[in-house]
Write a protein that binds this ligand. Structure first.
Ligand code: NAP
Length: 326
């Protein structure tokens, strides 16, 4: 029988267990996907550990909000897609019921896009959440333009690396922030115009120096925490601050700089909208074709190693995406 990762209680990575379960039949408007690889996300870790921002049903919760595979079965009323088509899952509306850490899952047909030709399953598993978040925040939300300076915190995260590449694809200037100067070379190789390492540099002073003391047009921040108010002072007057994550769970103080547009960005705002998903898919396909976009894989685990994959995520030393092959 097909294997599925479930957990009965929240806690450390060891709560994750693999069980055998029959496949579910897709209902009207749904497809069943035979999964080949999944990306491991912070959202998964928040849910597993008990820090998820909304209640969900336990025991026997599934996990996983992105993945890639082939269409295995079509529900009634599904058109324009065939069994065997390689796809990327763009949204898992109820992760605890249909999470992607499994051999099969069922999702709405509107929540898959064709897998770009030539993209292998491991890279495809690393694509959607990171790049749709970076693209959605920078392009759709902030209206990033060529020449804009974009300050990217947690730049070695999968979202951060995607933001560097999306900025470069548009012709903006990505300034990468890391806590560790040891990651400088990797971030320059990933396309950062400059790297600010907080074990050596002051973020605000460095960002201002790179912009002739004007400040950056856009800050995309995955960290938040008490440093947020000061980080915002790196923005130009009239700039934009996008908070996309909260890697530092301590309370964040409201920036007092003005004028500044602040967005608390969640990609769900866009990935459930088919019109925006079409734009995102077109942007990503074009970037993959030219090589401007190339998902960075930190490490690949097997399904049997799912708890190790979560432990690795929690260590926070990765550069790029953690992927699990099924
Ligand atoms: N808004 C959305 O829709 C959306 C979608 C996807 C992800 N996210 C969020 O985006 C953030 C990044 O996600 P990801 O999956 O790309 O992350 P990830 O790959 O797990 O990134 C981890 C990296 O973040 C850096 N970091 C900075 N401060 C940190 C801290 N206090 N604790 C741990 N790591 C810290 C570390 O790099 P250095 O050591 O180099 O600093 C670490 O290597 C997360 O907060 C996630 O929840 C949001």
């Amino acid at each position: 029988m097909p294997r599925v990762v479930v957990f009965d209680e929240t806690g450390a990575p060891d709560v994750l267990q693999i069980v055998d379960e029959p496949v579910a039949e897709p209902g009207p408007g749904e497809v069943r996907v035979k999964i080949e690889a999944v990306g491991v996300n912070r959202l998964d870790q928040l849910m597993r550990s008990g820090a998820f921002p909304r209640p969900f049903r336990l025991p026997h919760a599934r996990l996983g909000c992105e993945g890639t595979g082939t269409i295995d079965a079509l529900g009634p009323d599904v058109a324009g897609i065939s069994v065997g088509d390689p796809v990327i899952i763009t949204a898992v509306p109820a992760m605890e019921l249909n999470g992607t850490y499994a051999e099969y899952t069922v999702v709405p047909a509107s929540a898959v896009i064709p897998r770009p030709a030539g993209l292998d399953a491991t890279s495809a598993a690393a694509l959607w959440v990171a790049y749709s978040t970076a693209y959605g925040a920078l392009v759709e939300k902030a209206g990033m333009r060529p020449g804009d300076h974009v300050l990217i915190t947690a730049a070695s995260s999968s979202v951060g690396l995607a933001a560097i590449q999306v900025a470069n694809q548009i012709g903006a200037v990505p300034l990468a922030v890391t806590r560790h100067s040891a990651k400088k070379d990797a971030l320059l190789a990933a396309g950062a115009a400059a790297v600010i390492a907080t074990d050596q540099d002051d973020i605000v002073k460095a960002a201002r120096a790179y912009t002739g003391e004007e400040g950056v047009e856009i800050i995309v921040d995955s960290v938040m925490g008490p440093g947020l108010a000061e980080l915002a002072t790196a923005a130009k007057r009239g700039g934009t601050l996008l908070t996309v994550g909260w890697l530092d769970p301590r309370p964040a103080s409201m920036p007092m700089v003005a004028p500044l547009t602040i967005h608390r960005y969640m990609s769900f705002e866009h990935v459930l909208n088919p019109v925006v998903v079409r734009r995102m898919a077109a942007f990503l396909t074009a970037g993959l074709r030219t090589g401007a976009l190339h998902p960075a894989i930190d490490k690949v685990f097997t399904l049997d190693e799912i708890a190790d994959a979560h432990r690795h995520l929690e260590e926070g030393r990765q550069v790029g995406k953690i992927v699990v092959t099924i």
